[in-house]
Design a protein. Structure first.
Length: 257
C-alpha cells in the first residue's frame, strides 16, 4: 500500500515523460497554455508598434534632419523649429565614465545668462574627450535639441542626433515577432493537446529557439547597421533563417524508441 501511494504521488507531482514534458493534469496544462498566449499577444503588439510606428517615425525624423538647412537671420519661432540654429556655450564640466552598460559621456554647458544644460553622447570621441572646463563650443540645435557640438573644426554628434539605423528597429521588431510566434505555438499546443504537447517544452526545444532567435536578430541587425544596407533586408534574411532553424532543431524520435 505504501509503495503504491508513493508511486501515485510521483505521478501527480510531475514526473517527466519520455519527451521531457512533466505529467500534469489537463486542466493545469491548459491554464499554462493560456498564460503563454498572453505574452505572445503583448509581444505581437510590440512587433506591430516597431514596424508600424517606431521605424517610420525614426525614418521620417532622420529625413527631416538631413533636409534641414541653417536658420535664416530673422527666422520665426515656427521656422526655427525645423531649421538648424547655431548657439555658443561655455563648458562647465565633462563626464567620461567607461563602464559597459553604465557608461556615461556628458558635457555640461552654460550660456552667458542663466541657462545650463547637460548634453549626452554615445562615446567620448572625437570632441568630448578634448574638452576642458571653460572651453567655448558651438552647438547646432534642431527641434530644441543639441544635435552637434563642435570646437576648432572638430565635431561630434550628440545622443539626440537622428541616425540612419533603422536596421536595429527592424531587428527589435523581428525579435518581438519571434517571441510572439514561439510563445503562441507553445501555448496553443497545450490548449489543444494537453496530454501530448512534447516536444514544445522549454528544455531543450524552447530554450534553443529563444536563444537562436536572439542570435539571428542581432547577427543580422548589427552587420546591417555597420554596412548600411537597407533595413528591410533584416526581416528578409532573418525570417527564413529562423524558420529553417526551427525545422532543423525540432526534436525527432530516435531509432528504437
Amino acid at each position: 500500500m505504501t509503495v503504491r501511494a508513493r508511486a501515485t504521488a510521483q505521478g501527480v507531482g510531475g514526473r517527466p515523460d519520455k519527451g521531457g514534458a512533466r505529467r500534469r493534469s489537463p486542466g493545469w496544462t491548459r491554464f499554462v497554455g493560456a498564460l503563454l498566449i498572453l505574452p505572445a499577444l503583448a509581444s505581437a503588439v510590440l512587433c506591430y508598434i516597431a514596424f508600424a510606428w517606431w521605424l517610420p517615425s525614426d525614418r521620417d525624423r532622420y529625413r527631416d534632419y538631413v533636409a534641414a538647412e541653417p536658420c535664416p537671420a530673422r527666422a520665426t519661432a515656427q521656422v526655427q523649429k525645423d531649421c538648424l540654429s547655431t548657439w555658443h556655450f561655455t563648458v562647465v564640466k565633462t563626464v567620461i565614465k567607461n563602464g559597459g552598460k553604465s557608461s556615461t559621456y556628458t558635457a555640461t554647458l552654460k550660456d552667458g545668462h542663466s541657462w545650463q544644460g547637460v548634453v549626452d553622447f554615445g562615446d567620448p570621441g572625437p570632441l568630448l574627450e578634448r574638452l576642458e572646463t571653460g572651453d567655448r563650443v558651438t552647438a547646432t540645435v534642431w527641434r530644441r535639441d543639441i544635435v552637434v557640438l563642435s570646437k576648432d573644426g572638430v565635431r561630434q554628434n550628440s545622443s539626440e542626433a537622428p541616425r540612419d539605423e533603422l536596421q536595429m528597429n527592424a531587428a527589435m521588431g523581428m525579435l518581438a515577432a519571434f517571441f510572439a510566434a514561439q510563445t503562441f505555438a507553445f501555448g496553443a499546443v497545450r490548449l489543444v493537446v494537453p496530454r501530448a504537447y512534447a516536444p514544445f517544452t522549454w528544455d531543450p526545444y524552447g530554450r534553443r529557439l529563444l536563444f537562436t532567435g536572439i542570435a539571428v536578430c542581432f547577427g543580422v541587425g548589427l552587420p546591417a547597421v555597420w554596412t548600411g544596407i537597407p533595413w528591410w533586408t533584416v526581416p528578409a534574411v532573418g525570417l527564413p533563417a529562423m524558420a529553417c532553424a526551427a525545422v532543423l532543431m525540432y526534436p525527432r524520435p530516435t531509432a528504437g524508441r
